[in-house]
Ligand binder design. Sequence first.
Ligand code: FAD
Length: 453
Amino acid sequence: MAFDHWHIYQAEEFPLIPHSFSYNYTCLSVMNWAAMKDSKQHCVVIGAGIVGSSCAWHLRRRGLEVTLIDHVPPGQSCSSGNAACISTSSIIPFSYPGMIWKVPGWMLDPLGPMRIRPLDFPALLPWFWRFWRVSNMQKVEAIAAAQAQLMYTVFADFDEILDATDSQYLRHAGGAIHIYDSEKEYRDNQWQIDLRARFGFETQRLTTTEVKELAPCVNLHGGVAMMMPGWHHLLDPEKVTLRIAEHSFAAGTNWIQDRVTLVKADGEAVRVTTESGQSITADKLVVAAGAWSNSLAKQLDYTVPMIAKRGYHSMIADPGVELSCPVMSLSRVFVMTPLSDGLRIAGTAEFAALEAEPDYRRAKALVKHASHYLDGLKTDNVTEWMGQRPMMADSMPVISASPAHDNVFYAFGHGHYGLTQGPTTGRHIADLVEGAEPTADLTPFRFDRFTNS
Ligand SMILES: Cc1cc2nc3c(=O)[nH]c(=O)nc-3n(C[C@H](O)[C@H](O)[C@H](O)COP(=O)(O)OP(=O)(O)OC[C@H]3O[C@@H](n4cnc5c(N)ncnc54)[C@H](O)[C@@H]3O)c2cc1C
């Protein structure tokens, strides 16, 4: 592709764009998208996390004119600090029989695996009502079936996008070790193992010797370990998102670094206005703004039951221990993932308002938990991070056309699994935007699925 296809707004061409971000393409191979035909259709994508960047990549690949907009550079929000796991077997919703009774306990323990900030609780009640409504086995199985359909193509979708962006070196296909602290907990959760197995996601129980061979520093303290072959991990999730976005820019996607404040659609066209006063008119719009998507959806349709389920990480640059794959404690609900620049200890769920201040005691508590499992862990030189998972009440993303506007599409709400499902969502959204038949049944992911329930 010739360089005259580039439409990158540089700061000097577009003085309203902040100067904080410019691209250097010298490292990018020019793509061989020989089949790409330029279409006259222009599609705006709001949000440059893993989901929006993947949407933009697929849309540009199909030949649409694409504009990606975000007020921060690609991959910097929730898509940067996550646990970096491509966890295809994660099909079971967070709401299941008995789960809701744990809520009072969470409220009492400020550093437990889950926390609801008491002040924010009243505003979260409608979401918890929806959350509770799906906590029966019939719904759990239906959600697992829907999620499994998305998950079946995740590795192939990653292969496509990582191959094209020369990023396979950032993926490690070594499974993950899951730990329960006791045999009883393992047995109590056997139904989850069985349900996953029914959809083809097998789990192998490991002996203590096998764990020691795989990860000598891991101490089970008498607990139970399992190998999850359906997991891969990325060595740097932020870089992967950035490379996907950069690759699409090199193919001609426009980049605007600005916050979208107004969105309008009238069937013929969409109009997007930004904080700095830019106005962009396009044929189609994809809202992929993660935990902030409801503020845009309500201008076009209405809001859906999504909240920001906050998570934290502590990153140890020199941990003094080695892991070859992620190790997850299912009892304490966190993951230890070996990344290119150290060990990331990520997890916890905090229900709070979008704008609430981070509580970094939760990141510190993660380091304590990691010290319990990893003999010899060095805990100096730690950096901390907080991110907002876009969490739907039924644990399923929205991958959907708008109910009211033929030219508006939604791609958000991926909760704990947005990194895993980002490239797959991008491909399905490109199908919807193009009017092609999606390769999966997207009915369970409709935007309007809560309307009559
Ligand atoms: C601690 C933690 C661990 C996790 N671990 C994993 C894991 O191991 N595996 C996994 O699959 N997932 C994991 N996740 C979840 C995953 O990170 C998220 O689901 C995913 O990053 C969501 O991607 P996104 O693109 O939808 O949102 P984001 O990455 O948040 O991107 C949304 C973007 O929209 C932009 N935006 C918002 N509003 C506007 C506006 N008005 N105008 C312009 N731009 C706007 C934001 O600036 C942001 O850049 C984890 C999350 C956390 C917090």
